[in-house]
Design a protein around this ligand. Structure first.
Ligand code: HCB
Length: 217
């Protein structure tokens, strides 16, 4: 079987809410030596994109999205330990405070980004989902003087707006210059990052880790 066929099968397992099939295909692909990150970007995430488009077109509804998310989770349960195995040297890389914006519970991408940051040597403080900006500011204050990057995710245009408020609060509290700030998630663009005065964004988890390492130099 070609790699492309494997990616297409993974994509289709997500898009058709095939939870058991998705786990099985993921294990088989892993056993066949396909790199986990390629499975995620070329297969599983492509499936999630289709799910989002079908939801927007009212072709599917929330229960189906939840089933697709479960299929993705089943695959990630297999792939996360593999991603963590690549863990590099962590001396002095810094602390990554990861979180999903207030009002937002989409955590698949957030968890993936958190795993990749950990695998690239960052110490991780994962605040989880639906996190108040106050909490993030408190953590930034607690770790003032250390090398810290705030890594926020937002999947909805509404929750993304909270990122501007977070940047304003960091400036008000005199903490802006003591942390690096990066945000991501489908609605986040480079233009938005420039508008709110953050440091960076990234398209996917592998790039997020690369960008985080760059801005922490
Ligand atoms: Co949800 N949902 N959803 N949803 N959902 C989206 C996000 C829409 C775009 C679907 C659509 O309309 N096309 C939409 C938002 C529209 C908008 O605001 N523009 C939407 C909506 C409306 C909703 C509800 C309001 C639906 C309702 O209740 N009526 C509701 C909101 C719940 C809430 O948060 N309060 C809701 C609920 C759900 C679930 C629970 C059913 C489920 C989430 C399950 C979970 O996460 N545990 C869900 C899902 C799965 C989706 C879609 C289909 C997929 C999201 C996903 O997991 N993608 C999504 C459609 C889409 O995004 N195209 C849809 C896969 C991951 C791997 O990608 O983009 O999250 P990612 O992360 C990437 C990337 O962005 C980057 O790296 C990651 C890994 O490669 N990245 C960063 C992420 N964070 C970063 C941080 C950095 O610093 C740098 C890079």
């Amino acid at each position: 079987m070609t790699n492309q066929k494997i990616f297409d099968d993974l994509r289709d397992a997500i898009a058709s809410q095939n939870i058991a099939g998705c786990a099985q295909l993921t294990q088989e692909a892993l056993d066949a030596g396909i790199p986990p990150l390629e499975m995620i970007t070329k297969g599983l995430s492509a499936g999630m994109k289709i799910v989002g488009e079908r939801f927007e077109a009212a072709e599917i509804f929330l229960p189906q999205i939840m089933m697709s998310a479960k299929a993705m989770e089943a695959a990630m349960k297999i792939l996360t330990p593999e991603l963590e195995k690549t863990k590099g040297e962590s001396e002095g890389t810094g602390l990554a405070v990861t979180f999903v914006a207030e009002g937002d519970i989409h955590d698949i991408g957030h968890r993936l980004v958190t795993t990749m940051l950990g695998a690239n040597g960052f110490e991780i403080l994962d605040l989880g989902v639906d996190v108040l900006n106050e909490t993030v500011v408190e953590e930034a204050a607690k770790h003032k003087g250390e090398k810290v990057v705030l890594v926020g995710s937002a999947l909805m245009t509404t929750s993304m707006l909270g990122q501007k408020d977070l940047m304003d609060r960091l400036r008000e509290e005199g903490l802006r210059d003591s942390v690096k700030c990066m945000f991501g998630g489908a609605p986040v663009s480079g233009k938005w990052i420039a508008e709110i005065g953050a440091d960076a964004t990234a398209e996917n988890a592998a790039e997020a880790a690369k960008v985080a390492l760059e801005i922490m130099q």
